[in-house]
Design a binder for this molecule. Sequence first.
Ligand code: ATP
Ligand code: MG
Length: 512
Amino acid sequence: MSSIKDLNSLSQIIKDEINKVEKKIDTSNVGQVISVGDCIATVFGLDKAMYGELILFPGPSYGMVMNIEEDNIGVALFGDDITIKEGDLCQRTMNVVSVPVGDALLGRVVNALGQPIDGKGKIDSNIFRPVEMMAPSIMDRESVTEPLETGIKVIDAMIPIGKGQRELIIGDRQTGKTAIAIDTIINQKGKDVICIYCSIGQKNSSLAQIVNKLKQFDALKYTVVVSANASQSSPMIYLAPYSATSIAEYWMRQGKDVLIVYDDLSKHAVAYRTLLLLLRRSPGREAYPGDIFYLHSRLLERSCKLNDELKGGSITALPIVETQAGDISAYIPTNIISITDGQLFLNTDMFNAGQRPAIDSSLSVSRVGSAAQTKIMKKESKNLRMQLANYHEMLDFSRFGSDLDKTTQKILTHGAILLEVLKQKQYMPLSMAQEIIDIFVAQSGELDSIDPLKVHSFLKLLSIYINAHCPEIYENISNKKVFSDEDKSKVINILNNIKVAKITDDLTDEVL
Ligand code: ATP
Ligand code: MG
Protein backbone atom coordinates (compact mmCIF):
# COMPACT_ATOMS: atom_id res chain seq x y z
CA MET A 1 0.00 0.00 0.00
CA SER A 2 2.65 2.42 1.02
CA SER A 3 4.51 1.82 -2.24
CA ILE A 4 1.43 2.97 -4.28
CA LYS A 5 1.17 6.09 -2.14
CA ASP A 6 4.85 6.77 -2.76
CA LEU A 7 4.34 6.34 -6.49
CA ASN A 8 1.37 8.78 -6.50
CA SER A 9 3.29 11.44 -4.66
CA LEU A 10 6.28 10.87 -6.93
CA SER A 11 4.15 11.38 -10.04
CA GLN A 12 2.70 14.54 -8.50
CA ILE A 13 6.22 15.83 -7.89
CA ILE A 14 7.17 15.10 -11.52
CA LYS A 15 3.97 16.83 -12.80
CA ASP A 16 4.71 19.90 -10.68
CA GLU A 17 8.25 20.06 -11.98
CA ILE A 18 7.04 19.79 -15.60
CA ASN A 19 4.49 22.57 -14.99
CA LYS A 20 7.20 24.79 -13.57
CA VAL A 21 9.33 24.29 -16.70
CA GLU A 22 6.34 24.96 -19.02
CA LYS A 23 5.56 28.17 -17.18
CA LYS A 24 9.14 29.39 -17.63
CA ILE A 25 9.08 28.82 -21.45
CA ASP A 26 5.96 30.40 -22.90
CA THR A 27 5.31 28.34 -25.99
CA SER A 28 1.84 29.72 -26.68
CA ASN A 29 3.21 32.41 -28.97
CA VAL A 30 5.10 30.04 -31.25
CA GLY A 31 3.35 27.65 -33.58
CA GLN A 32 4.23 25.11 -36.21
CA VAL A 33 3.00 24.96 -39.79
CA ILE A 34 0.99 21.77 -40.37
CA SER A 35 0.21 22.38 -44.02
CA VAL A 36 0.61 25.16 -46.55
CA GLY A 37 -0.76 25.80 -50.03
CA ASP A 38 -2.97 28.19 -52.05
CA CYS A 39 -1.89 31.09 -49.83
CA ILE A 40 -3.30 29.40 -46.73
CA ALA A 41 -1.21 28.01 -43.84
CA THR A 42 -2.69 25.78 -41.17
CA VAL A 43 -0.83 26.29 -37.92
CA PHE A 44 -0.76 24.22 -34.75
CA GLY A 45 0.04 25.60 -31.31
CA LEU A 46 -1.07 29.23 -31.54
CA ASP A 47 -4.04 28.71 -29.23
CA LYS A 48 -4.17 32.31 -28.10
CA ALA A 49 -3.91 33.96 -31.54
CA MET A 50 -6.65 36.53 -32.18
CA TYR A 51 -8.84 36.80 -35.25
CA GLY A 52 -7.16 39.22 -37.68
CA GLU A 53 -3.79 39.03 -35.89
CA LEU A 54 -0.62 39.25 -37.94
CA ILE A 55 1.54 36.08 -37.84
CA LEU A 56 5.25 36.17 -38.70
CA PHE A 57 6.64 33.32 -40.84
CA PRO A 58 10.26 32.68 -41.84
CA GLY A 59 11.25 34.68 -44.87
CA PRO A 60 10.12 36.95 -43.32
CA SER A 61 6.59 36.91 -44.62
CA TYR A 62 3.30 37.65 -42.95
CA GLY A 63 -0.16 36.21 -42.76
CA MET A 64 -3.44 37.09 -41.07
CA VAL A 65 -5.48 34.80 -38.82
CA MET A 66 -8.78 34.13 -40.62
CA ASN A 67 -9.99 30.91 -39.03
CA ILE A 68 -9.82 29.73 -35.45
CA GLU A 69 -10.54 26.06 -34.89
CA GLU A 70 -10.26 23.79 -31.87
CA ASP A 71 -6.73 22.53 -32.48
CA ASN A 72 -5.38 24.72 -35.28
CA ILE A 73 -5.71 28.12 -36.89
CA GLY A 74 -6.01 29.08 -40.57
CA VAL A 75 -3.73 31.88 -41.70
CA ALA A 76 -4.15 33.76 -45.01
CA LEU A 77 -0.68 34.52 -46.38
CA PHE A 78 0.11 37.88 -47.93
CA GLY A 79 3.32 36.91 -49.64
CA ASP A 80 4.40 33.87 -51.63
CA ASP A 81 3.58 30.55 -50.05
CA ILE A 82 6.59 28.78 -51.60
CA THR A 83 8.98 30.17 -48.98
CA ILE A 84 7.02 28.47 -46.20
CA LYS A 85 7.31 24.72 -45.60
CA GLU A 86 5.51 22.18 -43.48
CA GLY A 87 7.12 22.09 -40.03
CA ASP A 88 8.31 25.73 -40.11
CA LEU A 89 7.94 27.70 -36.92
CA CYS A 90 5.87 30.86 -36.87
CA GLN A 91 5.18 33.48 -34.29
CA ARG A 92 2.43 35.75 -33.02
CA THR A 93 3.10 39.48 -33.42
CA MET A 94 0.32 40.64 -31.06
CA ASN A 95 -0.60 43.22 -33.72
CA VAL A 96 -3.43 43.42 -36.17
CA VAL A 97 -2.77 44.29 -39.82
CA SER A 98 -2.08 48.02 -40.17
CA VAL A 99 -1.31 50.36 -43.06
CA PRO A 100 0.64 53.61 -43.18
CA VAL A 101 -1.63 56.66 -43.45
CA GLY A 102 -1.14 60.38 -43.90
CA ASP A 103 -0.21 62.99 -46.48
CA ALA A 104 2.87 61.02 -47.59
CA LEU A 105 0.49 58.72 -49.49
CA LEU A 106 -0.91 61.41 -51.77
CA GLY A 107 0.01 60.82 -55.39
CA ARG A 108 1.18 57.28 -54.65
CA VAL A 109 0.14 53.81 -55.79
CA VAL A 110 0.25 51.25 -52.96
CA ASN A 111 -0.73 47.64 -52.43
CA ALA A 112 -3.18 46.32 -49.85
CA LEU A 113 -0.50 46.50 -47.14
CA GLY A 114 0.31 50.12 -47.94
CA GLN A 115 3.63 49.24 -49.59
CA PRO A 116 4.55 51.36 -52.62
CA ILE A 117 4.25 49.72 -56.05
CA ASP A 118 4.88 52.77 -58.22
CA GLY A 119 8.67 52.71 -58.07
CA LYS A 120 8.79 56.14 -56.43
CA GLY A 121 10.54 54.89 -53.29
CA LYS A 122 9.62 54.48 -49.65
CA ILE A 123 6.50 56.02 -48.16
CA ASP A 124 7.62 58.48 -45.57
CA SER A 125 4.97 58.01 -42.92
CA ASN A 126 5.25 56.83 -39.35
CA ILE A 127 1.53 56.91 -38.63
CA PHE A 128 -0.19 53.54 -38.90
CA ARG A 129 -3.86 52.60 -38.67
CA PRO A 130 -5.41 49.12 -38.35
CA VAL A 131 -7.16 48.01 -41.53
CA GLU A 132 -10.27 46.88 -39.67
CA MET A 133 -11.88 49.60 -37.58
CA MET A 134 -15.30 50.02 -36.02
CA ALA A 135 -17.65 52.23 -38.01
CA PRO A 136 -18.58 55.54 -36.34
CA SER A 137 -21.67 55.26 -34.14
CA ILE A 138 -24.96 56.94 -35.00
CA MET A 139 -24.29 59.68 -32.43
CA ASP A 140 -21.00 60.48 -34.14
CA ARG A 141 -22.73 61.12 -37.46
CA GLU A 142 -24.55 63.99 -39.04
CA SER A 143 -27.00 63.96 -41.92
CA VAL A 144 -25.70 64.46 -45.43
CA THR A 145 -26.42 67.96 -46.73
CA GLU A 146 -23.47 69.14 -48.78
CA PRO A 147 -23.25 68.20 -52.47
CA LEU A 148 -20.29 66.28 -53.82
CA GLU A 149 -20.16 67.53 -57.38
CA THR A 150 -19.47 64.81 -59.91
CA GLY A 151 -19.33 67.22 -62.86
CA ILE A 152 -21.64 64.82 -64.73
CA LYS A 153 -24.88 66.62 -65.67
CA VAL A 154 -27.25 63.71 -65.42
CA ILE A 155 -26.00 62.75 -61.94
CA ASP A 156 -25.80 66.21 -60.40
CA ALA A 157 -29.23 67.09 -61.74
CA MET A 158 -31.23 63.95 -61.08
CA ILE A 159 -29.35 61.65 -58.72
CA PRO A 160 -27.29 64.05 -56.60
CA ILE A 161 -24.59 62.67 -54.33
CA GLY A 162 -23.80 64.25 -50.97
CA LYS A 163 -20.61 64.30 -48.94
CA GLY A 164 -20.76 61.26 -46.67
CA GLN A 165 -23.15 59.32 -48.90
CA ARG A 166 -22.61 55.80 -50.29
CA GLU A 167 -23.82 55.61 -53.87
CA LEU A 168 -23.49 52.36 -55.77
CA ILE A 169 -22.49 52.37 -59.44
CA ILE A 170 -24.00 49.23 -60.94
CA GLY A 171 -24.17 47.83 -64.46
CA ASP A 172 -22.97 45.15 -66.85
CA ARG A 173 -19.37 44.95 -67.98
CA GLN A 174 -18.12 47.74 -70.25
CA THR A 175 -20.96 50.17 -69.59
CA GLY A 176 -18.89 53.09 -68.31
CA LYS A 177 -18.85 52.34 -64.54
CA THR A 178 -15.18 53.17 -64.03
CA ALA A 179 -15.56 56.22 -66.31
CA ILE A 180 -18.10 57.80 -63.94
CA ALA A 181 -15.85 57.22 -60.93
CA ILE A 182 -12.75 58.60 -62.64
CA ASP A 183 -14.61 61.67 -63.96
CA THR A 184 -15.83 62.34 -60.43
CA ILE A 185 -12.24 62.15 -59.13
CA ILE A 186 -11.04 64.50 -61.90
CA ASN A 187 -13.83 66.94 -61.01
CA GLN A 188 -12.59 67.25 -57.41
CA LYS A 189 -9.62 69.32 -58.56
CA GLY A 190 -9.39 72.48 -56.48
CA LYS A 191 -12.40 71.45 -54.37
CA ASP A 192 -10.44 70.29 -51.33
CA VAL A 193 -11.58 66.68 -51.51
CA ILE A 194 -8.99 63.91 -51.17
CA CYS A 195 -9.67 60.94 -53.44
CA ILE A 196 -8.86 57.26 -53.07
CA TYR A 197 -9.21 54.85 -55.95
CA CYS A 198 -9.19 51.23 -54.78
CA SER A 199 -8.67 48.86 -57.67
CA ILE A 200 -9.80 45.33 -56.79
CA GLY A 201 -8.98 42.31 -58.93
CA GLN A 202 -8.45 44.29 -62.15
CA LYS A 203 -5.81 43.83 -64.81
CA ASN A 204 -2.53 45.67 -64.32
CA SER A 205 -2.95 47.30 -67.73
CA SER A 206 -6.35 48.83 -66.76
CA LEU A 207 -4.81 50.24 -63.60
CA ALA A 208 -1.85 51.70 -65.51
CA GLN A 209 -4.30 53.43 -67.87
CA ILE A 210 -6.27 54.90 -64.99
CA VAL A 211 -3.14 56.15 -63.20
CA ASN A 212 -1.98 57.76 -66.48
CA LYS A 213 -5.31 59.49 -66.96
CA LEU A 214 -5.25 60.79 -63.37
CA LYS A 215 -1.73 62.12 -64.01
CA GLN A 216 -2.78 63.68 -67.30
CA PHE A 217 -5.65 65.57 -65.67
CA ASP A 218 -3.50 66.62 -62.73
CA ALA A 219 -5.66 64.61 -60.36
CA LEU A 220 -3.02 62.20 -59.02
CA LYS A 221 -1.61 64.76 -56.60
CA TYR A 222 -4.74 64.65 -54.44
CA THR A 223 -5.39 60.94 -55.02
CA VAL A 224 -4.12 57.69 -53.50
CA VAL A 225 -4.41 54.52 -55.55
CA VAL A 226 -4.71 51.28 -53.56
CA SER A 227 -4.42 48.25 -55.78
CA ALA A 228 -4.75 44.49 -55.47
CA ASN A 229 -4.71 43.30 -59.05
CA ALA A 230 -6.11 40.08 -60.46
CA SER A 231 -2.75 38.27 -60.31
CA GLN A 232 -2.39 38.83 -56.57
CA SER A 233 -3.43 36.35 -53.92
CA SER A 234 -6.99 36.35 -52.64
CA PRO A 235 -5.93 37.55 -49.13
CA MET A 236 -4.45 40.71 -50.69
CA ILE A 237 -7.60 41.31 -52.76
CA TYR A 238 -9.73 40.70 -49.67
CA LEU A 239 -7.74 43.24 -47.66
CA ALA A 240 -7.47 46.06 -50.24
CA PRO A 241 -10.80 47.89 -49.66
CA TYR A 242 -10.35 47.81 -45.87
CA SER A 243 -6.84 49.25 -46.18
CA ALA A 244 -8.12 51.95 -48.54
CA THR A 245 -10.86 52.84 -46.05
CA SER A 246 -8.35 53.11 -43.20
CA ILE A 247 -6.26 55.49 -45.30
CA ALA A 248 -9.42 57.54 -45.95
CA GLU A 249 -10.49 57.51 -42.29
CA TYR A 250 -7.28 59.18 -41.18
CA TRP A 251 -8.19 62.27 -43.23
CA MET A 252 -11.87 62.12 -42.30
CA ARG A 253 -10.90 62.18 -38.61
CA GLN A 254 -8.91 65.34 -39.32
CA GLY A 255 -12.04 67.05 -40.61
CA LYS A 256 -11.36 66.61 -44.31
CA ASP A 257 -13.65 65.40 -47.08
CA VAL A 258 -12.64 62.17 -48.78
CA LEU A 259 -14.04 60.38 -51.83
CA ILE A 260 -13.37 56.65 -52.11
CA VAL A 261 -14.04 54.43 -55.11
CA TYR A 262 -14.13 50.62 -54.77
CA ASP A 263 -13.68 49.19 -58.27
CA ASP A 264 -15.23 46.64 -57.93
CA LEU A 265 -16.90 44.83 -55.03
CA SER A 266 -18.12 41.88 -57.15
CA LYS A 267 -14.51 40.83 -57.60
CA HIS A 268 -13.97 41.42 -53.88
CA ALA A 269 -16.83 39.06 -53.03
CA VAL A 270 -15.38 36.41 -55.35
CA ALA A 271 -11.93 36.74 -53.74
CA TYR A 272 -13.48 36.34 -50.28
CA ARG A 273 -15.40 33.28 -51.45
CA THR A 274 -12.17 31.74 -52.80
CA LEU A 275 -10.35 32.51 -49.57
CA LEU A 276 -12.96 31.01 -47.31
CA LEU A 277 -13.48 27.92 -49.47
CA LEU A 278 -9.72 27.33 -49.22
CA LEU A 279 -10.06 27.72 -45.46
CA ARG A 280 -12.78 25.04 -45.62
CA ARG A 281 -15.58 27.28 -44.36
CA SER A 282 -18.91 25.83 -45.40
CA PRO A 283 -20.38 27.43 -48.55
CA GLY A 284 -23.85 28.96 -48.54
CA ARG A 285 -25.94 30.54 -51.31
CA GLU A 286 -24.06 30.62 -54.65
CA ALA A 287 -21.15 29.09 -52.66
CA TYR A 288 -20.55 32.41 -50.90
CA PRO A 289 -19.84 32.12 -47.16
CA GLY A 290 -22.63 33.01 -44.74
CA ASP A 291 -21.05 36.30 -43.70
CA ILE A 292 -20.79 37.75 -47.20
CA PHE A 293 -23.28 40.53 -46.29
CA TYR A 294 -21.21 41.47 -43.25
CA LEU A 295 -18.12 41.62 -45.51
CA HIS A 296 -19.50 44.65 -47.32
CA SER A 297 -21.72 46.16 -44.64
CA ARG A 298 -18.85 46.59 -42.21
CA LEU A 299 -16.80 48.14 -45.02
CA LEU A 300 -19.39 50.62 -46.27
CA GLU A 301 -20.64 51.55 -42.78
CA ARG A 302 -17.30 53.26 -42.27
CA SER A 303 -18.21 55.94 -44.84
CA CYS A 304 -20.24 58.76 -43.31
CA LYS A 305 -20.37 62.42 -42.42
CA LEU A 306 -19.03 63.03 -38.90
CA ASN A 307 -20.57 65.65 -36.62
CA ASP A 308 -18.89 68.95 -35.78
CA GLU A 309 -17.54 67.72 -32.45
CA LEU A 310 -15.52 65.17 -34.43
CA LYS A 311 -14.37 67.91 -36.83
CA GLY A 312 -17.09 67.30 -39.45
CA GLY A 313 -15.03 65.27 -41.96
CA SER A 314 -16.65 62.86 -44.38
CA ILE A 315 -16.03 59.82 -46.55
CA THR A 316 -18.18 59.56 -49.67
CA ALA A 317 -18.12 56.03 -51.07
CA LEU A 318 -18.72 55.03 -54.68
CA PRO A 319 -18.67 51.22 -54.67
CA ILE A 320 -18.94 49.58 -58.10
CA VAL A 321 -20.73 46.30 -58.76
CA GLU A 322 -20.85 44.36 -62.01
CA THR A 323 -24.11 42.69 -63.03
CA GLN A 324 -24.68 39.81 -65.44
CA ALA A 325 -27.14 40.71 -68.21
CA GLY A 326 -28.54 43.61 -66.19
CA ASP A 327 -29.73 41.36 -63.36
CA ILE A 328 -29.77 43.65 -60.33
CA SER A 329 -31.68 41.09 -58.30
CA ALA A 330 -28.71 38.69 -58.04
CA TYR A 331 -27.22 37.89 -54.64
CA ILE A 332 -24.25 40.30 -54.37
CA PRO A 333 -26.00 43.26 -56.13
CA THR A 334 -29.06 43.07 -53.85
CA ASN A 335 -26.84 42.84 -50.78
CA ILE A 336 -24.90 45.95 -51.72
CA ILE A 337 -27.98 47.86 -52.92
CA SER A 338 -29.44 47.39 -49.45
CA ILE A 339 -26.28 48.65 -47.77
CA THR A 340 -25.83 51.81 -49.86
CA ASP A 341 -27.86 55.03 -49.98
CA GLY A 342 -28.83 54.69 -53.64
CA GLN A 343 -27.59 53.45 -56.96
CA LEU A 344 -26.64 54.70 -60.41
CA PHE A 345 -27.84 51.99 -62.76
CA LEU A 346 -26.05 51.82 -66.09
CA ASN A 347 -28.13 50.43 -68.92
CA THR A 348 -26.31 48.39 -71.58
CA ASP A 349 -28.86 49.17 -74.33
CA MET A 350 -28.58 52.89 -73.67
CA PHE A 351 -24.79 52.63 -73.70
CA ASN A 352 -24.80 50.78 -77.01
CA ALA A 353 -27.27 53.29 -78.48
CA GLY A 354 -24.76 56.04 -77.71
CA GLN A 355 -26.50 57.51 -74.65
CA ARG A 356 -23.37 57.98 -72.51
CA PRO A 357 -23.18 58.11 -69.53
CA ALA A 358 -25.81 55.39 -69.77
CA ILE A 359 -27.58 56.23 -66.51
CA ASP A 360 -31.09 54.80 -66.45
CA SER A 361 -33.04 57.48 -64.58
CA SER A 362 -35.95 55.15 -63.86
CA LEU A 363 -33.83 52.62 -61.94
CA SER A 364 -31.36 55.05 -60.39
CA VAL A 365 -32.00 56.72 -57.08
CA SER A 366 -30.28 58.75 -54.42
CA ARG A 367 -31.87 58.21 -51.04
CA VAL A 368 -30.30 61.44 -49.77
CA GLY A 369 -32.01 63.19 -52.67
CA SER A 370 -32.25 66.91 -53.12
CA ALA A 371 -30.94 67.49 -49.57
CA ALA A 372 -27.54 67.16 -51.21
CA GLN A 373 -28.24 69.68 -53.99
CA THR A 374 -27.63 73.40 -54.19
CA LYS A 375 -30.82 75.46 -54.19
CA ILE A 376 -30.45 76.59 -57.81
CA MET A 377 -29.78 73.07 -59.09
CA LYS A 378 -32.77 71.79 -57.14
CA LYS A 379 -34.99 74.47 -58.72
CA GLU A 380 -33.72 74.02 -62.27
CA SER A 381 -33.79 70.22 -62.29
CA LYS A 382 -37.00 69.46 -60.42
CA ASN A 383 -39.05 68.70 -63.54
CA LEU A 384 -36.36 66.87 -65.45
CA ARG A 385 -37.14 63.36 -64.23
CA MET A 386 -40.85 63.85 -64.95
CA GLN A 387 -40.20 65.12 -68.48
CA LEU A 388 -37.96 62.15 -69.22
CA ALA A 389 -40.51 59.70 -67.81
CA ASN A 390 -43.16 61.34 -70.01
CA TYR A 391 -40.92 61.00 -73.03
CA HIS A 392 -40.26 57.31 -72.44
CA GLU A 393 -43.96 56.63 -71.95
CA MET A 394 -44.89 58.44 -75.18
CA LEU A 395 -42.08 56.73 -77.01
CA ASP A 396 -43.56 53.35 -76.14
CA PHE A 397 -47.02 54.48 -77.33
CA SER A 398 -45.71 56.02 -80.53
CA ARG A 399 -44.45 52.63 -81.64
CA PHE A 400 -48.06 51.48 -82.14
CA GLY A 401 -49.02 54.01 -84.78
CA SER A 402 -47.52 56.56 -87.10
CA ASP A 403 -50.23 59.22 -86.68
CA LEU A 404 -49.17 61.29 -83.73
CA ASP A 405 -50.99 64.34 -82.48
CA LYS A 406 -49.10 67.59 -82.00
CA THR A 407 -48.78 67.34 -78.20
CA THR A 408 -47.28 63.87 -78.39
CA GLN A 409 -44.91 64.95 -81.10
CA LYS A 410 -43.83 67.90 -78.99
CA ILE A 411 -43.13 65.68 -75.99
CA LEU A 412 -41.10 63.32 -78.19
CA THR A 413 -38.99 66.08 -79.73
CA HIS A 414 -38.41 67.72 -76.37
CA GLY A 415 -37.45 64.41 -74.73
CA ALA A 416 -34.98 63.60 -77.48
CA ILE A 417 -33.32 67.00 -76.97
CA LEU A 418 -33.21 66.47 -73.20
CA LEU A 419 -31.47 63.12 -73.64
CA GLU A 420 -29.05 64.70 -76.09
CA VAL A 421 -28.15 67.46 -73.64
CA LEU A 422 -27.57 64.86 -70.91
CA LYS A 423 -24.96 63.09 -73.04
CA GLN A 424 -21.47 63.88 -71.88
CA LYS A 425 -18.05 62.79 -73.04
CA GLN A 426 -15.56 61.08 -70.78
CA TYR A 427 -12.95 63.20 -68.94
CA MET A 428 -15.05 66.35 -69.42
CA PRO A 429 -16.63 67.12 -66.08
CA LEU A 430 -18.49 70.43 -66.03
CA SER A 431 -18.69 73.18 -63.44
CA MET A 432 -21.94 73.44 -61.50
CA ALA A 433 -22.73 76.77 -63.23
CA GLN A 434 -22.31 75.22 -66.69
CA GLU A 435 -24.49 72.26 -65.75
CA ILE A 436 -27.24 74.58 -64.53
CA ILE A 437 -27.17 76.64 -67.73
CA ASP A 438 -27.26 73.51 -69.93
CA ILE A 439 -30.19 72.07 -68.01
CA PHE A 440 -32.05 75.37 -68.05
CA VAL A 441 -31.58 75.73 -71.81
CA ALA A 442 -32.62 72.12 -72.44
CA GLN A 443 -35.84 72.55 -70.49
CA SER A 444 -36.66 75.97 -71.93
CA GLY A 445 -37.73 74.33 -75.20
CA GLU A 446 -35.54 76.71 -77.20
CA LEU A 447 -33.45 73.82 -78.50
CA ASP A 448 -36.46 71.78 -79.65
CA SER A 449 -36.39 73.35 -83.11
CA ILE A 450 -32.82 72.36 -83.89
CA ASP A 451 -31.32 69.15 -85.16
CA PRO A 452 -30.42 66.93 -82.15
CA LEU A 453 -27.04 66.27 -83.75
CA LYS A 454 -26.25 69.98 -83.45
CA VAL A 455 -27.20 70.30 -79.79
CA HIS A 456 -23.69 69.97 -78.44
CA SER A 457 -22.30 72.49 -80.92
CA PHE A 458 -24.98 74.91 -79.75
CA LEU A 459 -24.19 74.35 -76.09
CA LYS A 460 -20.47 74.81 -76.70
CA LEU A 461 -20.97 78.01 -78.65
CA LEU A 462 -23.33 79.24 -75.96
CA SER A 463 -20.71 78.77 -73.24
CA ILE A 464 -18.03 80.46 -75.40
CA TYR A 465 -20.36 83.45 -75.93
CA ILE A 466 -21.38 83.73 -72.29
CA ASN A 467 -17.73 83.58 -71.22
CA ALA A 468 -16.83 86.29 -73.68
CA HIS A 469 -19.77 88.65 -73.29
CA CYS A 470 -21.45 88.09 -69.96
CA PRO A 471 -19.19 86.04 -67.65
CA GLU A 472 -21.08 87.52 -64.69
CA ILE A 473 -23.80 84.90 -65.31
CA TYR A 474 -21.35 82.16 -64.29
CA GLU A 475 -20.11 84.21 -61.34
CA ASN A 476 -23.63 84.90 -60.12
CA ILE A 477 -24.41 81.19 -60.12
CA SER A 478 -21.19 79.95 -58.54
CA ASN A 479 -20.51 82.76 -56.06
CA LYS A 480 -23.81 84.49 -55.34
CA LYS A 481 -25.81 81.29 -55.88
CA VAL A 482 -28.47 83.07 -57.93
CA PHE A 483 -29.69 82.53 -61.47
CA SER A 484 -31.97 85.52 -61.92
CA ASP A 485 -34.71 85.94 -64.54
CA GLU A 486 -32.57 88.66 -66.08
CA ASP A 487 -29.62 86.29 -66.50
CA LYS A 488 -31.94 83.65 -67.91
CA SER A 489 -33.26 86.00 -70.58
CA LYS A 490 -29.68 86.97 -71.46
CA VAL A 491 -28.88 83.27 -72.00
CA ILE A 492 -31.96 82.81 -74.20
CA ASN A 493 -31.05 85.93 -76.19
CA ILE A 494 -27.57 84.65 -76.90
CA LEU A 495 -29.01 81.30 -77.90
CA ASN A 496 -31.43 82.93 -80.32
CA ASN A 497 -28.64 84.99 -81.83
CA ILE A 498 -26.64 81.81 -82.44
CA LYS A 499 -29.71 80.24 -84.04
CA VAL A 500 -30.34 83.22 -86.31
CA ALA A 501 -26.70 83.54 -87.32
CA LYS A 502 -26.69 79.83 -88.20
CA ILE A 503 -23.06 79.67 -87.02
CA THR A 504 -23.29 76.03 -86.09
CA ASP A 505 -24.35 74.96 -89.58
CA ASP A 506 -20.81 74.32 -90.77
CA LEU A 507 -19.26 73.59 -87.41
CA THR A 508 -18.82 70.23 -85.80
CA ASP A 509 -18.15 69.36 -82.18
CA GLU A 510 -14.53 68.65 -83.01
CA VAL A 511 -13.94 72.14 -84.43
CA LEU A 512 -15.49 73.75 -81.39
P1 ATP B 1 -15.52 47.00 -66.97
O1 ATP B 1 -16.74 46.20 -66.71
O2 ATP B 1 -14.61 46.36 -67.96
O3 ATP B 1 -14.83 47.47 -65.73
P2 ATP B 1 -16.70 49.60 -67.12
O4 ATP B 1 -18.16 49.36 -66.92
O5 ATP B 1 -15.92 50.10 -65.96
O6 ATP B 1 -16.03 48.33 -67.75
P3 ATP B 1 -15.46 51.67 -68.64
O7 ATP B 1 -14.15 50.99 -68.70
O8 ATP B 1 -15.58 52.85 -67.76
O9 ATP B 1 -16.61 50.62 -68.33
O10 ATP B 1 -15.94 52.14 -70.08
C1 ATP B 1 -16.07 51.24 -71.16
C2 ATP B 1 -15.75 51.94 -72.44
O11 ATP B 1 -16.70 52.97 -72.70
C3 ATP B 1 -14.40 52.63 -72.42
O12 ATP B 1 -13.76 52.42 -73.65
C4 ATP B 1 -14.71 54.09 -72.23
O13 ATP B 1 -13.76 54.91 -72.85
C5 ATP B 1 -16.07 54.22 -72.89
N1 ATP B 1 -16.87 55.27 -72.22
C6 ATP B 1 -17.29 55.27 -70.96
N2 ATP B 1 -18.00 56.38 -70.67
C7 ATP B 1 -18.05 57.10 -71.79
C8 ATP B 1 -18.63 58.37 -72.15
N3 ATP B 1 -19.31 59.10 -71.28
N4 ATP B 1 -18.46 58.80 -73.40
C9 ATP B 1 -17.78 58.06 -74.29
N5 ATP B 1 -17.20 56.87 -74.04
C10 ATP B 1 -17.33 56.39 -72.80
MG1 MG C 1 -14.36 49.22 -64.88
